[in-house]
Ligand binder design. Structure first.
Ligand code: SF4
Length: 222
């Protein structure tokens, strides 16, 4: 019964390859301010912010980095203090031991192998200690060189609700989205879903009646 209802909803909205363009178009108009919420002024600050954002909110990271970036201005600065001092300085972002270790390892590699600069290629970003695929994708996209599609909790939920993927694993979801979303939109697409997920397609109570893509969404309740 449930399955036939889902199949019927999918039939109603049509194939995803025909829906993706109007979905991107309408969400772009709806969320013109969709952009990364982390605050940074350099590539190194971007990288550190994204590394700190694991398992916490962007608001919390901004609060911590506001002070942090006044003290640590270049990769060497993170290596010049004892590990415990860096741990204390990022304590409020949670998982501070793990994050401090990853940041120190990454800064060391930047200094030793990349002349203190953040590399732009995904495979190079993935070499940095403690930099996982999501972090690398976010950083590459913000550097203007998206080579994948960021899948966070909002992107996962909305891709599933919009019927753009049937997968649950972020790597498989990303693969589905890469086949579907035109390459020129890889950078902005996650921001559109993230902002739509925060404002309209909320996890517990999606506001389908106010949603600009409700006629394109198999999960719409209206
Ligand atoms: S119609 Fe509802 S479930 Fe679908 S994207 Fe919009 S808010 Fe989310």
């Amino acid at each position: 019964m449930a399955r036939s209802y889902v199949a019927e909803a999918r039939r109603r909205v049509g194939p995803k390859r025909l829906r993706i363009a109007p979905i991107i178009d309408r969400l772009t108009r709806e969320h013109q301010d969709a952009a990364i919420a982390l605050r940074f002024r350099s590539d190194v600050e971007l990288l550190v912010s994204v590394m700190l954002s694991a398992q916490t909110t962007d608001v919390n990271v901004n609060r911590v980095t506001d002070r942090l970036f006044r003290k640590y201005r270049k990769p060497e600065d993170y290596l010049a203090v004892p590990p415990e001092e860096l741990e204390r300085d990022i304590y409020q972002t949670g998982f501070f031991r793990q994050k401090a270790k990853a940041i120190r390892g990454t800064m060391k590699m930047l200094v030793e192998e990349y002349d203190g600069k953040v590399p732009r290629e995904l495979d190079e970003l993935l070499r940095l200690p403690g930099v996982a695929r999501k972090t690398a994708n976010v950083v590459a996209a913000e550097l203007g060189n998206p080579q994948g599609i960021v899948v966070d909790t909002h992107v996962r939920r909305l891709s599933q609700r919009l019927g753009l993927t049937r997968q649950d694993d972020p790597v498989k979801i990303e693969r589905d989205l890469q086949k579907l979303v035109p390459r020129g939109h890889w950078g902005v697409f996650p921001h559109l879903l993230i902002w739509h997920g925060r404002r309209v397609c909320i996890a517990r109570a999606p506001r389908c009646e106010d949603c600009v893509v409700n006629d394109l969404c198999p999960s719409s309740r209206v």
